[in-house]
Design a protein around this ligand. Structure first.
Ligand code: ATP
Ligand code: MG
Length: 444
């Protein structure tokens, strides 16, 4: 059976073969191709050593040299080329103690996690190699470990999370025997580095069967180890109008949220603070907990910022019948981008309370339309939109640079948000003068 292979991946295999080495495409690319998805990355395995790979491909980066992986840059794309290996024991539960290079493809495939990831393809002979029934499991939409699941999860506990990740992204069922050891080994996940855990959680979060995946994490005791703050919402009520407990609400909100990473993180963590209080400040408390969780997982500053901003404002009060002035103030407060994302987050929140779908859709459409209407007026929403800047203020009021200049600008924006017609140079200068006069002397 022929699999469509991009020219650079084919070229990589050809070069190896022309020099007398074996070359197969393996892993996610073959799995995804057989499922009819576009693969994200292409991996080649070969019996060439890392040194040999580097000498055949001048433009290469030794990305994982100790395990024999070289990233090779070709004209129209890049491939990861890995020397076929079998792994020694994993006594630290992170890395194999040693690896042994091998010339046997089957040995390399046998160290891989799941049968659907242990398929190889020879693109020159157009032949699939499938020693572990990967294709059969793809057809049956089943996740099965290569070999004994007990051993495989003990060797590298991250595989438990990878299993749940594939449950989410592919929507496959977990074979009974494969799922059985999860509960007993869940505690081993604590030995895995936060970076690796985070990597799998991120992929899981944007998957289509997120609810089921989160349920697997919870019921097998993995969630209480990696996201204990979330698991603690089990059997805690989020409030009168909620049909589910806090954990169920978080899981359903995230599941029904658009699959954009930061939005889904926000939906998952938005109500953590309700374990402390149902008052509005729960949003602030949730944002603080989310920051702790994301930092622990080594998330980037950008992700922390976007997730906490959304959570902090998720109780926003504007609605389709709010005045233009209220909507302008909201857009100025959170920024345009977050404002539209907050609508999606609110819709996820509503879905997580089992609200009427017609209401959820109408709310989103109507509020978006109002945001667009207000944005079209093209009125000032930020300091940069004012008809004068800090230099103008200093010149007009004969001020030295200092914090008071910013304070005046913020005051002017505040006035302009209420009354956009004030955004003219002369009017703003007069307002600035008046405001400066109202400040106690010590502030000037
Ligand atoms: P993705 O679409 O996310 O890239 P993938 O299956 O390609 O999915 P990678 O992390 O890129 O995942 O790994 C490539 C291949 O390496 C996998 O398909 C699998 O065969 C093998 N693999 C990755 N991680 C492990 C692991 N922890 N244990 C065993 N095999 C693994
Ligand atoms: Mg991959």
């Amino acid at each position: 059976m022929a699999i469509p292979v991009p020219p650079f991946a084919l070229a990589g295999c050809k070069v190896l073969r022309e020099h007398g080495f074996q070359a197969y495409l393996v892993g996610g690319a073959i799995r995804d191709s057989l499922l009819g998805f576009d693969p994200t990355d292409w991996d080649i395995v070969t019996d060439a050593t890392p040194q040999e790979i580097e000498s055949l491909f001048p433009r290469s980066i030794p990305t994982g040299r100790e395990f024999g992986t070289i990233t090779v840059l070709l004209e129209d794309g890049q491939v990861e080329i890995t020397t076929m290996r079998s792994d020694g024991p994993y006594s630290d539960r992170r890395h194999p103690d040693y690896i042994t290079f091998t010339t046997e493809l089957e040995q390399d495939l046998s160290r891989r996690d799941f049968t659907i990831n242990a398929l190889a393809y020879d693109p020159l002979a157009q032949n699939i190699l499938d020693p572990f029934k990967g294709r059969r499991h793809l057809r049956r939409r089943l996740l099965v470990t290569v070999g004994d699941p007990t051993e495989r999860f003990q060797e590298d506990p991250l595989r438990m999370l990878r299993l749940v990740r594939f449950q989410s992204t592919l929507g496959f069922r977990i074979e009974k025997k494969t799922g059985k050891p999860l509960r007993g080994f869940a505690r081993l996940i604590e030995n895995v580095s936060p970076e690796r855990v985070f990597g799998e959680l991120n992929k899981m979060l944007v998957g289509r069967e997120l609810y089921l995946a989160l349920e697997t994490l919870f019921t097998h005791g993995l969630m209480e180890r990696i996201l204990p703050e979330l698991a603690a919402g089990h059997r805690v009520s989020p409030g009168e109008s909620h049909p589910y407990d806090l954990l169920g609400h978080a899981m359903a909100s995230a599941h029904f949220c658009e699959p954009i990473l930061h939005l889904r993180w926000a939906a998952l963590l938005h109500d953590l603070g309700k374990q402390e209080t149902r008052k509005r400040v729960h949003a602030e408390i949730s944002a603080a907990s989310a920051e702790i969780i994301l930092r622990r997982l080594r998330a980037s500053n950008d992700l922390v910022k976007s997730v906490t901003t959304l959570i902090r404002h998720h109780m926003f009060a504007v609605h389709p019948h709010s005045s233009n002035r209220e909507i302008r103030r909201f857009l100025a407060l959170v920024g345009k981008e977050a404002a539209f994302e907050l609508i999606k987050l609110r819709q996820a929140d509503m879905a997580g309370m089992n609200q009427n779908p017609r209401r959820i859709v109408a709310f989103g459409q109507d509020l978006e339309a109002r945001f667009h209407e207000v944005l079209k007026e093209d009125q000032a929403l930020s300091l940069g939109d004012l008809a004068l800047d800090g230099h103008d203020i200093m010149r007009a009021l004969d001020l030295e640079p200092g914090p008071v200049v910013g304070q005046i600008l913020r005051h002017l924006l505040d006035r302009v948000l209420d009354t956009p017609s004030l955004n003219e140079r002369g009017k703003l200068e007069a307002l600035a003068q008046e405001y400066l006069g109202s400040l106690p002397d010590s502030r000037v």
